[in-house]
Design a protein around this ligand. Structure first.
Ligand SMILES: Cc1cc2nc3c(=O)[nH]c(=O)nc-3n(C[C@H](O)[C@H](O)[C@H](O)COP(=O)(O)O)c2cc1C
Length: 160
């Protein structure tokens, strides 16, 4: 059995849009990582708050219940590029679930910086997974074809 989970954080919706497309096209379950205190301030306030949190390696508490990841062999992790790295709620998630031994692929949306150090940050928090190629998309410009091609690429690795 090949079970896939899409787990993502999104603040302004771009990564959510991408995650939902991926989950639909991969026929995967989809879990949104939601911090207890949402990032709702002005753009400048969110920039300041997130810069501080990232600098302090702060892991904000999450709302809701974590998924039971034990039944999934593949986990697709999504985050916006925040300060060239992952958004803090994804760090909390990765410290709270055990993805050891699973196949992991990362996707992100960004404002021009691509995936930056996102993969490196995820690998540092979750070193014992098998990583497949990542997909990064500018803002809200994701197209079905890009997702389709990426999923094809992932499934080719998976069969090896
Ligand atoms: C706090 C913050 C920091 C950001 N830092 C970067 C960055 O370093 N590089 C980049 O390319 N885009 C950066 N962006 C732009 C976001 O990555 C981009 O708008 C993304 O699509 C937002 O995803 P979301 O709608 O899922 O929250 C930043 C945005 C925010 C709010």
């Amino acid at each position: 059995m090949n079970q896939t989970l899409v787990a993502f954080f999104s603040q302004s919706g771009n990564t959510r849009q991408m995650a939902e497309k991926i989950a639909k096209m991969a026929n995967a379950d989809c879990y949104e990582i939601v911090p207890q205190t949402p990032y709702t301030g002005s753009y400048a306030a969110v920039m300041d708050q997130s810069k501080k949190e990232i600098g302090e390696r702060y892991c904000p508490p999450l709302a809701g219940t974590l998924p039971d990841v034990s039944g999934y062999d593949t986990v697709l992790l999504g985050t916006p590029n925040w300060w060239n790295t992952i958004a803090p709620p994804l760090a909390t998630f990765l410290k709270s679930v055990d993805l050891s031994g699973k196949t992991v692929a990362v996707f992100c949306t960004h404002g021009g910086g691509g995936s930056g150090r996102i993969e490196r940050a995820i690998k540092a928090l979750c070193p014992n997974a098998r990583y497949l190629p990542a997909l990064s998309i500018y803002g809200d410009t994701v197209r079905d074809e890009e997702i389709h091609n990426w999923l094809d690429e992932l499934s080719a690795y998976h069969d090896v």
